[in-house]
Design a protein around this ligand. Structure first.
Ligand code: ADP
Ligand code: MG
Ligand code: ZN
Length: 591
């Protein structure tokens, strides 16, 4: 099996549960695979398809997903095709006839096609060896993306009682799993569940104040890389995209209010690396498997942990380090309250409200982010990740006495009646109307913490609240006064150690993949990849993923033998691209 893996896909090893899944499925078992996004589910059916005679039928909910997978298979020299509404009827006829002749190892079909009697008859005339149901949660009303057409799949078992079925999803809940087994009528299926921890995703929560500035800094850090920014509303999406474009970022927006065509254009431009940043509502992402998204920003927290997990899951599918930053403000709950108020059913509303509270707990907790998330999904006892903001700051404390004194003084000098936003403005020496109107620019504390960013001061403020140095005043607005504990701290000249609050880290560190590589070589190979991809009219990642390019930039292979060792180089890609890439590498080495 490993030989086939290298030959067809260019990979040296299986990931997590892939090998067990494939073994069981090839032995004729029905299997259900629950694996997080980016875990490598496709391989679980694509490799078995090559190991048997005949043709595998693959069901997938979206044309764009089918297209990218078929392109990627073909680039690896595997006979695959798809049948869906994007294909002209005459072309479908040709493909159906070719299928009868046994031309394809895999045929991707849209689920609604199975309602068609002609398609059902045709299936009986081809040598079907297995069925793969991708995104299988679509069969369940409990899932987040129910598609009635998936119910057509029931037919499959009736027509082909002997043929094994593999169902794959990233959805964790028991309800969904039960529905999959029942609706597909699986026989004694083996259920594989891999963990929810994704060690290449570095999670962070930062205060939302100064959001645009924070977002700009993060995008600059990931210049030239693919980024998704999730916003709450359509309007917010468009506004932010406009600001980014004005700042010279190649960005587009995406939301459900746009025409199908406009949405398609944004998505396509993103997949083809023509734009780097998509500013989107959560409507975006379902239809893309782009492996090299390096940054996902949430400008507002998600309505549920499940949703959040799914959205950040779009980062780093290729396993390389990627960043997920949640900009948190407790005030954003108010936006979600509108949505809650629209729910008529009390019980339903209470359930949704609870989910929102859980999300807020996550953002405000000081537990390792990955421990928190995996525990939420019922996977207890994960060791701390060492890469999230909580883990990072746990190691790194500093003497924060002076800044804490300054903040407390500002609370006192402004009269113990203001919110943290105002206190921070005063500390930073803001000339905002709200400051001038109260004469706060004349206070001794005005501008005494200029060197800190708003976000950093907000984080210090959160620590001060957590320590009980200030307490909330009663009343509708979130305002604070100094507490007895805070007064003791100030008057007794106590010292305090706090986790180091980091300014958004803008320098690029590449600790992932443990490979050093020359950025110039990497960029040159990336340009070559792009050129070839454009010529063939496919996304760049279909040619080679970033992992492959990084390995090439490190090992600098110049012979076919060396080139074949690169991850992602199978026999087909060696033959097709080996010469072009090794020639370019020779040039770059100056040979
Ligand atoms: P999923 O469907 O679970 O979200 P995919 O099947 O799209 O994930 O795979 C995600 C990425 O992981 C792809 O870029 C794929 O090429 C890569 N991948 C899968 N299996 C392996 C492996 N064994 N070794 C290296 N890369 C792999
Ligand atoms: Mg998938
Ligand atoms: Zn952690």
């Amino acid at each position: 099996m490993k030989k086939l893996l290298k030959k067809h896909f260019g990979y040296d090893d299986f990931r997590s549960i892939q090998e067990e899944v494939i073994t069981q499925f090839v032995n004729g078992r029905d299997v259900v695979v629950v694996m997080p996004t980016g875990g490598g589910k496709s391989l679980c059916f694509q490799l078995p398809a090559l190991m048997r005679d005949g043709t595998m039928i693959v069901i997938s909910p979206l044309i764009s997903l089918m297209k990218d997978q078929v392109d990627a298979l073909r680039a690896n020299g595997i006979a695959a095709t798809m049948i869906n509404s994007s294909i002209a009827p005459e072309e479908i006829d040709i493909r159906m006839r070719d299928a009868q002749k046994g031309k394809f190892k895999l045929i991707y079909i849209a689920p609604e096609r199975l309602a068609n009697a002609r398609v059902r008859n045709w299936l009986e005339q081809i040598n079907v060896n297995a069925l793969a149901v991708d995104e299988a949660h679509c069969i369940s009303q409990w899932g987040h993306d129910f598609r009635p057409d998936y119910r057509n799949l029931k037919l499959f078992r009736e027509k082909f009682p002997q043929i094994p079925i593999i169902a794959l999803t990233a959805s964790a809940t028991q309800h969904v799993r039960d529905d999959i087994v029942r609706e597909l009528n699986l026989h004694d299926p083996e259920i594989f569940v891999s963990g929810f921890y994704r060690n290449n995703l570095h999670l962070r929560v930062v205060p939302k104040s100064g959001a645009t500035d924070t977002i700009m800094r993060l995008i600059k850090k990931h210049a030239g890389e693919s980024v998704i920014v999730y916003c709450f509303s359509r309007k917010e999406t468009e506004e932010l995209a406009r600001i980014l474009v004005a700042e010279g970022v190649s960005a587009g927006s995406y939301h459900a209010g746009m025409s199908v065509e406009d949405r398609h254009n944004t998505q396509d431009a993103f997949v083809r690396d023509e734009i780097n940043v998509v500013v989107a509502t959560i409507a975006f992402g379902m239809g893309i498997d782009k492996p090299d998204v390096r940054l996902v920003i949430h400008k507002t927290f998600s309505k549920t942990i499940e949703g959040y997990y799914q959205e950040i899951g779009r980062a780093g599918r290729d396993g390389l380090t990627s960043e997920c930053v949640l900009l948190f403000s407790a005030g954003d709950k108010m936006k979600l309250d509108y949505f809650l108020n629209d729910i008529a059913d009390d019980e339903h509303r209470a359930r949704e409200e609870k989910k929102i509270r859980e999300m807020m707990d996550y953002a405000q907790s000081r537990v390792c982010r990955w421990q928190w998330i995996t525990a939420y999904f019922g996977q207890a006892g994960l060791p701390a990740c060492e890469t999230c903001d909580v883990c990072m700051s746990a190691h790194d404390t500093e003497d924060a006495t002076e800044i804490v004194q300054k903040i407390l003084s500002a609370v006192v000098r402004t009269g113990n009646v203001f919110g943290k936003g105002h206190i921070v403005k005063v500390l930073r020496g803001s000339q905002d109307k709200s400051v001038l109107a109260r004469g706060h620019e004349k206070l001794s504390v005005w501008g005494i913490a200029k060197e800190y960013s708003t976000a950093t001061l907000m984080e210090y403020f959160a620590h001060i609240v957590a320590r009980g140095f200030v307490v909330r005043n009663s009343g509708e607005f979130e305002t604070y006064r100094i507490s007895a504990k805070g007064i003791v701290f100030l008057t007794q000249h106590e010292k305090i150690q706090l986790p180091k609050v980091k300014e958004i880290d803008t320098h690029v560190t590449r600790r992932d993949h443990a490979l050093s590589y020359d950025a110039d070589v990497f960029n040159a190979l990336r340009a070559l990849r792009r050129h070839i991809a454009d010529e063939q009219n496919v996304p760049a990642f279909v040619i080679f993923g970033d992992v492959a390019l990084r390995e090439m930039s490190h090992y600098l292979p110049t012979t076919p033998h060396e080139f074949a060792k690169i991850s992602g180089v199978g026999s087909q890609k060696l033959q097709k691209y080996g010469d072009i890439f090794t020639a370019r590498i020779k040039e770059l080495k100056g040979e």
